[in-house]
Write a protein that binds this ligand. Structure first.
Ligand SMILES: Cc1cc2nc3c(=O)[nH]c(=O)nc-3n(C[C@H](O)[C@H](O)[C@H](O)COP(=O)(O)O)c2cc1C
Length: 184
């Protein structure tokens, strides 16, 4: 099973980096598989740390793939990293092993601290649709236009039926990125 999360990392200058990443959880170990090249990968290799952010704020996912990167972050008191301001929970992770690969290494990380912030209110279809839309945007260079447009048309049904303001704004960013890509 893969969970869509936001991984925050820091570089050697303590500058935060935010990236959506699908993670697997195997008996308490978090597995992250970043495609090369990746700032997330470089940061974890340099300091062995990451923060796993569990959020249903889909603006972070849609914003990441559409160039809107002014995320609200909070530096952890321990100074070991940053977390999203708006999240359900976060965990500080320590990288325990790296299995290198020419395109997609496998990183295994252990939770060293976990903090619960807000309740998860339940599954929302529009949020799921935004996540799917964000994945489509991140793969526009390798997907046929007909597939992207037909998937967007289907996903939009859930957005129009169940979205709140956050989801509608995120969806507008996704639609805009797709129209821009196909104008060229
Ligand atoms: C929902 C979602 C899940 C993603 N999961 C992954 C992933 O598991 N591995 C990956 O390399 N990129 C993933 N991406 C794409 C990255 O977030 C994006 O390419 C990002 O720029 C990663 O590169 P970076 O580490 O240099 O920021 C995902 C994107 C979305 C929207």
């Amino acid at each position: 099973m893969i969970f869509e999360t936001i991984i925050t990392t820091t570089n050697l200058n303590n500058t935060p980096h935010v990236a959506p990443m699908g993670v697997q959880i195997e008996e308490g170990t978090i597995i992250i598989k970043p495609f090369k090249p990746s700032a997330t990968l470089n940061n974890i290799l340099s300091n062995r740390r990451a923060v796993l952010n569990v959020t249903s704020d889909v603006k972070v996912f849609a914003g990441s793939v559409t160039g809107r990167k002014n995320f609200e972050l909070i530096e952890l008191k321990s100074k070991v990293g940053f977390r999203l301001k708006n999240l359900h929970s976060y965990a500080v992770l320590n990288c325990i092993s790296v299995f290198d690969d020419s395109s997609r290494p496998t990183l295994r990380l252990k939770k060293i601290e976990e903090v619960f912030n807000t309740n998860f209110p339940g599954i929302n279809r529009a949020q799921g649709a935004v996540i799917e839309g964000a994945i489509l945007v991140s793969r526009l260079h390798m997907l046929p236009i007909e597939k992207v447009l037909s998937e967007i048309k289907y996903l939009e049904i859930a957005v129009f039926k169940t979205a709140g303001p956050n989801e509608l704004e995120s969806w507008s960013w996704i639609k805009e990125a797709i129209s821009e890509a196909y104008k060229k």
